[in-house]
Design a protein around this ligand. Structure first.
Ligand SMILES: [Zn+2]
Ligand SMILES: [Zn+2]
Length: 308
């Protein structure tokens, strides 16, 4: 939405950029409505097309194959690439580690070290100059176009520990193999129909859901914690992205393996990590202590009282 060039956006601090271009409330509202429409309507359109084509071009088998691959591969992203590799939210054995990272690679969101380095850079510079995908540089920049117009984060700065890890480096280098497998597996199971629903449609959904964490969850939703960035909790993304939509919680407590901090904040990835911890397949699980959560809530309330 913004007309700022990437060079300009990176050369000036966000605060001054916003002072220079004040937006009237209704323009902001209109912008947000357009954005929401472009994100939600294609998704609703896909669902509607599925209903229209039910029993002719799509059936329960296709949906089962799509979900059967969507859930584990998305968990490869949320648990493997994000909470484990990027934030060290827990420790695990080499078999679980390789499984999670291979599944995450099959989401086709780039090789594992590149993914982690970009995300660490996002946390280091959230919504400030240098953030690879801030919506303050435009919603579509944050959603998808940053992939094409931003240099990948330098692993020698943001992933120094990972480039020394032989297993991680091997999985990173074999990315083309995982990219072939992500289509070959659904094709082997369901032929061309399987390739369509278990491959292409599933990759489309995983991409947009992951990208929504970067775009939607820095634009829409609540901010229970006063973080330095614009991160927000958004329940729809929370559900679709298997817990990643509780993004303000995550920016407040980045190392926590659980992003849902309240009982009603459904976090399928966090619950899966709990299950893996019970079976001792993962250990040293990091969590945001209740006292720290209360303390940050208190600071937030104090700020609101002062402002009132
Ligand atoms: Zn973020
Ligand atoms: Zn993160």
């Amino acid at each position: 939405m913004s007309t700022r060039t990437p060079e300009l956006a990176r050369s000036i601090p966000r605060a001054s950029a916003r002072t220079v271009r004040p937006k009237r409330r209704w323009v902001d509202l209109l912008n947000k409505s357009i954005i929401l429409t472009t994100v939600v309507v294609p998704l609703l359109g896909t669902l509607y097309a599925m209903i229209l084509l039910w029993n002719r071009l799509v059936g329960w088998g296709d949906v089962a194959l799509m979900l059967g691959l969507y859930v584990p591969i998305s968990m490869g992203v949320t648990i493997g690439l994000h909470r484990y590799l990027t934030h060290r939210g827990f420790r695990t054995n080499p078999i679980i580690k390789a499984t999670l990272l291979i599944l995450g690679s099959m989401a086709l969101e780039g090789p594992v070290i590149t993914w982690a380095a970009n995300h660490r850079k996002h946390h280091a510079l959230s919504d400030r100059a240098g953030d690879p995908h801030s919506p303050l540089d435009g919603f579509f920049h944050a959603h998808v176009s940053w992939l094409f117009n931003t240099e990948p984060a330098d692993p020698s700065i943001y992933a120094r520990d990972l480039v020394k890890d032989r297993l991680v480096v091997t999985i990173h280098r074999l990315f083309p193999l995982w990219a072939v497998l992500t289509f070959l597996i659904p094709f082997a199971i369901g032929g061309w129909q399987g390739l369509l629903w278990g491959g292409l449609v599933r990759v489309f959904l995983t991409h947009h859901v992951t990208w929504s964490v970067n775009s939607v969850c820095h634009t829409f939703g609540s901010r229970p914690f006063r973080t330095r960035d614009q991160s927000r909790n958004q329940w729809v993304v929370g559900l679709l992205a298997l817990g990643e939509g509780w993004h303000n919680n995550h920016h407040a407590f980045p190392r926590s393996a659980f992003h849902g901090l309240r009982w009603w904040q459904f976090d399928l990835s966090g619950l899966t990590i709990r299950l893996l911890a019970v079976t001792r397949l993962v250990t040293e699980v990091q969590w945001a202590p209740a006292l720290a959560i209360q303390e940050r809530f208190r600071r937030r309330s104090a700020t609101i009282d002062e402002a009132a």
